[in-house]
Structure formats: structure tokens, C-alpha cells
Design a protein around this ligand. Structure first.
Ligand code: GLP
Length: 244
């Protein structure tokens, strides 16, 4: 779906999420959301916060699982995805702290494999993701599933692509400060969601959006795996959709 601008598009996506949360509330169920970081979802989170503050949208029945976190990374570090999510969403809504899950960027090397398996298991124990929000990186990554990621990959440690580190460099004041690794949910974890919405804004995403939507499904552009999902929508602005 191509919108006139990212603001209108973000409001529409926030409304879909709010509707899902409310529907689950009516049937006394938890709403399990997979959440993304990066600049793309910021306006969606802002709108959800507004709905909480002005329209009484409650997050008491919401459980969240974030896609990824840099490794190593301290929670308190302002570049962490932990910090980002609290700054943009969790600090402003009534979600219960125990319902927030973000990969721990401080987990030790010895424990990280078990840690990733337990992250995956927690998602399954909640019955899987009801809704997964995604952005897309220039390499075609979703979460941090870089080129080469297999379609049945689960939550694991990944080595970041050079292009991804270049894109992150300004936020880290130089590429040397960008971590080389991350923990990411896998392609299979993402594809397990009942509903997926990928956000793409701006001309600089146009090429990768074209390759993702119109290219062959390939591990070289991991986002192409989304073509095989039965309930996935790409929500774009005119710039990001301009090469389709
Ligand atoms: C990072 C995140 C991704 C995100 C991507 C794009 O790599 N790990 O989840 O989709 O950035 O970021 P942006 O939305 O700022 O373009």
C-alpha cells in the first residue's frame, strides 16, 4: 500500500495495532506484538502513545518482543534498542515491565546460545506473535537478518554487514564505535507471526523495496522471504514505492 506520506501511513498502522489490542482485550487475551527499532516506526509509536494518553488505549494486555539488540550493548546506553523502545513507547504507556522483552545485549558468550533459545521459546509460550512490525535495512535485512540468513533461522547471534554498520555510524559517532554483532530474531521467528507489516519511507529505500517485492526469493535479500507470508503488507510512502 502506497500512501501520500509517512505520517498518514503511520497513523493507519497505529490504528490497526490499536484495534488488535482492543479486540484481544474484549476476549480477555494477551496481544503479542513483535516490535522494531530504527527511524521508520517512530511515528507509529508516537501515535500509539497519543491513543493511550488521549483515548485511553491500555497496554495492560500487551506483551512485546523486540526484534534485535546490538551485542555487546548496555541497556542504559542511549544507542541501545532497549533505550530507544523505552524512550519512544514503553515509558509513556501502561505496559507491565514483565511483559516487555528485548534481547539482552550484555549476555555472556557462554550463555548466549541458551539465551537465544529461551527468547524463542518465550514467544512460542505466548502462542506466537500476533503482529510483527518491521523496517528494512539497505542490505534487505529485517531485524538484523543480514544477507545469507536462512528462512528457517531462529533467534541467534549475527555478524553485522558492513553496509549496516556504515548506516549506523552517525548514531555511534563513527563506524569504529558500531558493534560488530547483534542478537536478532530469525527469519522463521518473524514469518511465524500471524500478521506482518513492513514500513518503508523515502527514496533511499526505493531500490531495496523493489528488489524485495519484485525480486526472486533469496537469502541474499532476506526480506524477500516475506513474499511467502500469507498476511504481510508493505506500507510505503511515495518515495519508497517509486521504483515499483
Ligand atoms: C536497523 C534495525 C532494523 C531496521 C533498520 C532500518 O538495522 N535493526 O530493524 O529496520 O535499522 O532502520 P530505519 O528505519 O532507520 O531506516
Amino acid at each position: 500500500v502506497i500512501f501520500e506520506n509517512s505520517n498518514d501511513a503511520s497513523i493507519e498502522v497505529a490504528e490497526e495495532i490499536a484495534k488488535l489490542i482492543r479486540r484481544k482485550q474484549l476476549s480477555d487475551e494477551m496481544c503479542v506484538l513483535g516490535l522494531a527499532t530504527g527511524s521508520s516506526p517512530i511515528r507509529v509509536y508516537e501515535e500509539l502513545v497519543r491513543m493511550h494518553q488521549e483515548e485511553g488505549l491500555s497496554f495492560e494486555n500487551v506483551v512485546t518482543f523486540n526484534l534485535d539488540e546490538y551485542l555487546p550493548m548496555d541497556k542504559e546506553n542511549t544507542q541501545s534498542y532497549h533505550y530507544f523502545m523505552h524512550e519512544h513507547l514503553f515509558n509513556h504507556v501502561d505496559i507491565l515491565p514483565e511483559n516487555v522483552h528485548i534481547p539482552d545485549g550484555k549476555v555472556s558468550n557462554e550463555k548466549v546460545v541458551d539465551y537465544c533459545l529461551s527468547y524463542e521459546k518465550k514467544i512460542k509460550d505466548f502462542g506466537g506473535l500476533d503482529f510483527q512490525l518491521l523496517g528494512i535495512g539497505r542490505t534487505g535485512h529485517i531485524g538484523f537478518n543480514e544477507p545469507g540468513s536462512h528462512y528457517n533461522s531462529g533467534t541467534r547471534v549475527i555478524t553485522l554487514d558492513h553496509i549496516t554498520r556504515v548506516d549506523a555510524a552517525p548514531a555511534f559517532l563513527g563506524i569504529d564505535n558500531v558493534p560488530r554483532k547483534a542478537i536478532t530474531m530469525g527469519i522463521a521467528t518473524v514469518l511465524g507471526a500471524k500478521r506482518i507489516v513492513l514500513l518503508g519511507w523515502g527514496q533511499n529505500k526505493a531500490e531495496i523495496i523493489k528488489n524485495t517485492v519484485e525480486g526472486e526469493i533469496s537469502s541474499q535479500v532476506p526480506a524477500t522471504y516475506l513474499q511467502s507470508h500469507k498476511n504481510c503488507t508493505f506500507v510505503l510512502d511515495i518515495g519508497a514505492g517509486s521504483e515499483l
